[in-house]
Design a protein around this ligand. Structure first.
Ligand code: MG
Ligand code: MG
Length: 267
């Protein structure tokens, strides 16, 4: 069942999203050669808790950390630990905050030091895919319009779109209905209405779209060992169009600012 959120609930999710965005900005700045993914995880947990939130991922289906940290050919769900980030790595960070019972979910891919032009392009196109998906989140459009827009942009650049993992509704639970695939047909799926809140999260591969799961039971990697990138926001459909509840002040796409939510607009 899809639950639409009230203005009050969306305002709580915006405050949750503000913590997620702020802490993710801090992690993006800290993600440099020499730091470990475990160091970033500790920064994340401290940053969320000192702002009054709870790290949503910690304990989720037994996940032991507050972020997912996925490097190079790792697509998503990498477990933070002793891995030292090196110049040229491509790091995807996924983070969630629960505040007053409401979840916000966001992810970015960041360069570690100087990365190859090919890695940079994959990163940029994946962020553009997210923006293309968000632009479809308007009253009267369909959920299938999101995936169609993401897929069109990724495949125009010759990239793969991961099928096995999808975006989702978000609210009291991190994963709610509906599923939001990053591929599909425009005009299909449920019609979007104000109050619908979705996490859109394109997972885009440099080569073939097929993925595998490592023996740790979590880490999703590309089957061909090529790079992957992942960007995610939590977004509300409003009467005035999409509002990004996890919008950052740092490292954001220029098109994103038009979707900045008003503070306590209609509570
Ligand atoms: Mg996420
Ligand atoms: Mg998500």
């Amino acid at each position: 069942m899809v639950t639409l959120k009230s203005a009050r609930e969306i305002e709580t999710m915006r405050r949750s999203g503000r913590i997620t965005a702020t802490v993710l900005s801090e992690l993006m700045k800290a993600a440099r050669p020499g730091i470990t993914t475990g160091d970033l995880d500790r920064l994340a947990e401290d940053g969320i808790r000192e702002r009054g939130g709870v790290p949503t991922f910690k304990g989720y289906h037994g996940f032991t950390a507050s972020i997912c940290a996925s490097v190079n050919d790792e697509v998503v769900h990498g477990i933070p630990g002793g891995r030292v980030l090196r110049e040229g790595d491509l790091l995807s960070i996924d983070i969630g905050t629960t505040l007053d019972g409401y979840v916000s979910d966001s992810a970015v891919t960041v360069p570690i030091g100087t990365i190859s032009p090919e890695a940079r392009k994959l990163m940029d196109v994946t962020q553009e895919c997210l923006m293309a998906g968000i632009a479809q989140m308007r009253k009267g459009n369909h959920v299938g319009d999101i995936g169609a827009a993401v897929q069109r942009h990724a495949e125009a650049h010759g990239y793969g779109v991961v099928r096995e993992l999808v975006g989702h509704g978000v609210g009291r639970e991190m994963h709610e209905e509906p599923h939001v695939p990053n591929f599909g047909q425009a005009g299909t799926g449920m019609e979007m209405r104000p109050g619908l809140v979705l996490a859109i999260e394109p997972m885009i591969t440099q080569g073939d779209r097929r993925v595998e799961i490592l023996k740790d039971g979590w880490t999703v990697v590309t089957a061909d060992g090529k790079l992957a990138a992942h960007f995610e926001h939590t977004i509300a459909v409003t009467e005035d169009g999409p509002r990004i509840l996890t919008l950052r002040d740092f490292g954001e796409h220029p098109d994103a600012e038009q979707y900045r939510p008003a503070q306590a607009a209609t509570v």
